[in-house]
Design a protein. Structure first.
Length: 364
């Protein structure tokens, strides 16, 4: 591998981008719950306008997926190790499962207690998403039971549409399977010639686009990681204009077609890495905090909207619902952040002790 590498400080602020993406998802769900018309096309809503990226939840998720593909494989491509791939693959499920299982338990409690706040709010807003517990897709004859909730802790990662205790967990299956796919395809790094690895990874990415489209962003991010790890001079010294990146953000992330969102995500990641000014500004404690809260915020906010935020909306209106969503979500995510601060290092220690794990394995 080439010795020149992108300085690690430049990668810290990508944590901030993950946090911002989670916040956009929160705004997305607030809008479809309490302001459903704003999701419509202009002039009724922000659809097909440059501002739509601010509430475009699908674009934020695709950015998150592409960033995951990049972060999960970048250090591996710098220094390929089969043990790294094995350990990272084995850790992936427990790393995601424990925090997700907590929100499944909370969703079960909301349903078991018979809360109708979301139904009351839906009658006012006309939001189908809100009326169906966030597009929960309940099975026929569904009744919330502790046994069913416990089994969903596993099913949510393996079986489609098994996320009705917390509908936002629909991403867990592609997140888990997409991670395994990028770990498997990353073995192209063991090919003798890096160009052969690039061609093979590109072909695998194209095949994934048609065979399992939801995993395509992971492969796109991984391909970017391969390129930057093998040809870092392509980006070192490049100084993209901020207005160009802003244009990519506004135009690409305002689109509803996934392919445009993935392309814009990859260009944004590459462009942001190449901007030393941004890396200096966003490589501090704020970025670390945003990175730490990104996954917990994503996990908890939908259940907050379906419960206390819906109550606040019925009693006091939209502004109260928005404030409640962020305040209560901010409180609810703290235990998960604390859990992850113990859980992720614990998994690393177990991996090192049992499997000779690589300390460079990513935390996401």
């Amino acid at each position: 591998m080439i010795e020149k590498k992108i300085p690690s400080v430049k990668l810290i602020y990508l944590e901030a981008m993950r946090g911002i993406a989670s916040i956009i998802v929160v705004f997305h769900h607030i809008c479809i719950a309490f302001l459903p018309n704003i999701k419509e096309n202009f002039p009724r809503g922000l659809g097909k306008t440059p501002l739509y990226f601010l509430i475009n939840g699908s674009a934020a998720v695709n950015f998150f997926f592409a960033l995951s593909g990049f972060v999960l494989t970048y250090r591996f491509f710098q220094s390929p190790s089969l043990n790294y791939l094995i350990v990272s693959s084995l850790k992936r499920l427990p790393r995601l499962m424990l925090p997700a299982s907590i929100t499944i338990a909370v969703g079960y409690l909301i349903l078991d207690f018979g809360s109708t706040n979301y139904l009351d709010a839906a009658e006012i807003t006309g939001s189908k998403w809100l009326a169906t517990f966030g597009n929960a897709n309940f099975p026929n004859g569904f009744t919330a039971t502790s046994a069913d909730a416990l089994s969903q802790v596993w099913r949510v990662f393996l079986i489609p549409r098994n996320n009705y205790y917390n509908s936002n967990l629909w991403t867990m299956r592609p997140e888990f399977l997409g991670s395994l796919i990028v770990f498997a395809t990353a073995t192209v790094a063991f090919l003798e010639h890096r160009w052969a690895g690039f061609v093979m990874l590109t072909l695998l990415g194209c095949a994934t686009r048609f065979a399992y489209p939801i995993a395509f962003p992971f492969l796109a991010g991984s391909l970017l990681a391969f390129v930057l790890a093998n040809w870092p001079t392509l980006i070192i010294g490049v100084k993209p204009r901020p207005l160009v990146l802003l244009g990519i953000l506004v135009i690409g992330m305002s689109r509803t077609k996934a392919d445009y969102q993935v392309l814009a995500s990859v260009l944004l990641i590459a462009g942001l890495i190449a901007m030393p000014t941004v890396s200096r500004v966003l490589s501090g404690s704020a970025s670390i905090v945003l990175g730490k809260i990104s996954f917990p915020l994503y996990l908890v906010h939908t259940l907050v909207i379906l419960s206390v935020s819906s109550y606040a909306y019925v009693e006091a209106g939209v502004f109260a619902a928005v404030v409640t969503t962020f305040v209560v979500s901010g409180i609810a995510l703290v235990p998960i952040v604390m859990l992850e601060e113990w859980w992720v290092p614990f998994l690393k220690r177990v991996a090192r002790a049992r499997l000779g794990g690589d300390e460079k394995a990513p935390n996401i």
